[in-house]
Design a protein around this ligand. Structure first.
Ligand code: KG4
Length: 325
């Protein structure tokens, strides 16, 4: 970590379909702005070319608002951190080019940040001077999003190792694609979460993968869900509509069970009981409830991210830039 007295980092995130800017001062959040992109809803997924164009429109007003909201001046900024990857190339280029120009114009350092490291370090963002409950090292982070499902052993702010990951689709993709076949708009995860609350999680049994070690697989579940719908729709064309809540609850339970089983195994194998969740799917209420139960049962010290830091945001990029600078 940097030893300077007053470090103000402007973070910029543009890896997928959210344009975000945030200011972190000495590890404390001062502002955070996110502009989402509704344009993809009609397509059932993010359209890369449309995402890049929307980032181009959003980036200047989003950064401007973040600086204004922080109450600091542009001259107070010590460094600019941006998402280098992974992500959509065109989207990343918008953020990277803007950040480069900004750092050149102000003569301040430019720090490139790995997006996934950002999700892990979101737990270290402090809301104010009194906010001191943070995970210690080593800890295990279950990082679950639209593009990734990983178990990461985190030994220090910048020292981490992926010890398990999906061999095909991510958990978020399973939510989104199964939602798509039920006719839900993208991203379907939050809607499935809502509908699951009124359904029976034991109503339908979907196939669970048998994957070695700490790895995951979700493509078989997608197929199992699709075949189930196909067979039922042959008998009753209104099957999906009539059974939406049960379908969502059963799907969610299956995904949560798969994620939880490997995390328990990782904790047993490493002896680590300090556990964090990160990424868009960590907003899922079923997953959060199950992890809370497991934490009580297994004496884990569990850290659930605030909802605002589960999906893509620039605060986590600024925070990672802070530790990198
Ligand atoms: O981390 P994130 O914002 O970025 C990508 O990886 O794109 O994660 C987005 C993913 C989507 O798949 C979305 O459906 C999922 O997170 N998601 C959820 C929930 N909120 C977002 N999945 C299940 N339940 C939720 N409440």
């Amino acid at each position: 970590m940097t030893s300077e007295k007053n470090v103000v980092i402007l973070g910029i995130e543009s890896s997928c379909d959210d344009t975000s800017a945030a200011i972190i001062q000495n590890g404390i959040i001062r502002s955070g702005i996110i502009a989402g992109q509704k344009v993809h809803e009609a397509y059932g997924g993010v359209v890369p070319e449309l995402a890049s164009r929307a980032h181009q429109q959003n980036i200047v007003p989003v950064v401007d608002q973040a600086i204004k909201q922080s109450g600091l001046s542009i001259r107070d900024i010590s460094a600019v951190a941006f998402t280098r990857g992974p992500g959509l190339l065109g989207s990343l280029l918008v953020g990277a080019s803007f950040a480069k120009g900004f750092s050149r114009a102000l003569g301040i350092p430019l720090v490139d940040v790995n997006h996934l490291q950002g999700h892990v370090l979101a737990h270290f963002i402090r809301e104010n001077e009194q906010d001191n409950r943070k995970p210690s090292f080593p800890h295990l982070c279950l990082l679950v999003s639209g593009g990734n499902s990983q178990i990461i052993r985190v030994d220090d702010y910048l020292s981490m190792e992926v010890i398990g990951q999906t061999i095909d689709d991510a958990a978020g993709e399973a939510f989104d694609k199964c939602g798509k076949v039920m006719g839900f708009p993208y991203p379907a995860g939050p809607l499935i979460d809502r509908l699951a609350k009124t359904g029976n999680p034991h109503a339908i049994e979907f196939n669970k993968p048998r994957i070695p070690a700490l790895n995951y697989s979700f493509s078989g579940l997608k197929t199992s869900f699709l075949y189930h719908l196909r067979d039922q729709l042959k008998q009753d064309p209104d099957y999906t509509e009539k059974n939406k809540a049960d379908l969502c609850a059963s799907l969610q339970k299956t995904i949560v069970d798969i994620l939880t089983a490997k995390l328990i195994r990782a904790s047993k194998e490493t002896g680590i009981h300090e556990i964090t969740l990160a990424g868009g799917v960590s907003a899922n209420s079923g997953l959060r409830d199950e992890m809370t139960l497991q934490a009580q049962k297994r004496k884990w010290n569990l850290f659930l991210p605030p909802l605002k830091y589960t999906t893509d945001n620039a605060a986590m990029i600024a925070m990672t830039g802070y530790y990198n600078s």
